[in-house]
Design a protein around this ligand. Structure first.
Ligand SMILES: *[C@@H]1O[C@H](CO)[C@@H](O)[C@H](O)[C@H]1NC(C)=O
Length: 343
């Protein structure tokens, strides 16, 4: 009997689409097998993450995160890009487990690659509020993921549902931040990195579109401006006018420059239409257009803003589910995001 039911379930999930379209008799067995494809779809979104995770234990968690991020955003709009970047740095190393927030000698946060990360105080502020309302309940990893979504919406980007249930990691190792792209990697290594995270080429191109907002430090493009591949000359894949602009803008390696040269404060697809004009700031931005594996996607996104918006939501949701800790025996729910509960 059990095996019979199991077989029905497997068949049901394998043919989810045709089952939904097909007329069926209104008898119990057919009905129960129809429920299963939905569950399947759900767990493919990340094992044991769910939209109703805090429904009983901390109702209103979304509202609190929204209000707090908005307060910070209203004071300083640049916090939106910083929160997106913080979330990305977290998920690339050990998955979305808030390991980037741990602050001690030798942690990711203390590594050179984390030097210009911002937004920690936003997460601490949200966490403090949530600890008052529902102590020891909402993980820092969930807060950071939801804050990145709120930041996207505030800057004019798309909304997506964030499922909850991530647990906070207890390990954070500075050296592992070497995994995080610096903007100088070639497309092959970027594709390999994304693959290791369960993300594909489309996700790579679409998530790079986060560079529609935000800034980089001039140090990262120093070689492109003056001494590309030790030639003593600038990178030929830079538009000469743009090169001139960047040389004037970048007096010091610690100066900041916009990633999207045309509409730096607007969430739009101008990042992609800049690339064919040789106006990508980082060499990994330029490479997206010159590499044959990614250039067709860049062209499609440059011409169709609505596809970018839609796919950004999809790829961000995927990013937020990378290697999440959900088992009760792994990780913990931190009470303070910058330190582990127990030594
Ligand atoms: C360019 O970089 C190479 C390698 O780092 C170095 O040997 C060379 O002196 C640099 N050239 C200039 C003009 O700075």
């Amino acid at each position: 009997m059990k095996w019979g039911v199991l077989l029905v379930l497997i068949l049901a999930s394998a043919t989810a689409v045709s089952w939904a379209e097909k007329d069926f008799e209104d008898d119990g067995e057919e009905y129960s097998s129809l429920e299963i494809p939905q569950l399947k779809e759900f767990s493919a979104f990340g094992d044991f993450l769910s939209y109703g995770f805090y429904q009983k234990s901390c109702p209103g968690v979304d509202g609190i995160i929204h209000r707090k991020v908005k307060q910070w955003f209203d004071k300083d709009n640049t916090i939106a890009a910083s929160l997106l970047r913080l979330h990305f740095h977290d998920c690339v190393v050990r998955g979305c487990d808030a390991s980037i927030l741990l602050d001690y000698e030798g942690s990711e946060r203390r590594a050179p690659a984390s030097k210009t990360l911002r937004g920690f105080e936003v997460i601490d502020d949200i966490k403090a509020e949530l600890e008052k309302k529902c102590p020891k309940t909402v993980s820092c990893a969930d807060i950071l993921t939801a804050a990145a979504r709120e930041a996207t919406v505030l800057i004019g980007g798309p909304y997506w549902m964030v499922p909850y249930g991530r647990r906070d990691g207890v390990d954070s190792i500075a050296k592992e931040t070497e995994l995080v792209p610096m903007g100088i990697e070639d497309i092959t290594s970027l594709i390999e990195l994304y693959q290791s995270l369960g993300l594909n080429v489309l996700d790579l191109v679409v998530l790079s579109g986060a560079h529609t907002i935000g800034r980089a430090t001039c140090g990262v493009i120093q070689e492109r401006l003056y001494n590309y591949s030790a030639t003593g000359k600038p990178d030929p894949s830079l538009n000469p006018k743009y090169l001139n602009f960047l040389r004037r803008k970048c007096r010091w390696a610690t100066d900041y420059v916009d990633l999207d040269a045309t509409t730096p404060n607007k969430f739009d697809n101008a990042y992609y239409s800049n690339l064919p004009k040789k106006m990508g700031l980082l060499s990994s931005d330029s490479a997206l257009y010159t590499d044959s594996r990614t250039s067709p996607i860049v062209k499609a996104l440059a011409y169709q803003p609505s596809i970018f918006r839609h796919q950004f939501a999809v790829s961000m949701a995927k990013l937020g589910n990378v290697q999440v800790l959900t088992d009760l025996f792994e990780g913990e729910i931190r009470t303070k995001c910058s330190c582990r509960n127990s030594p």
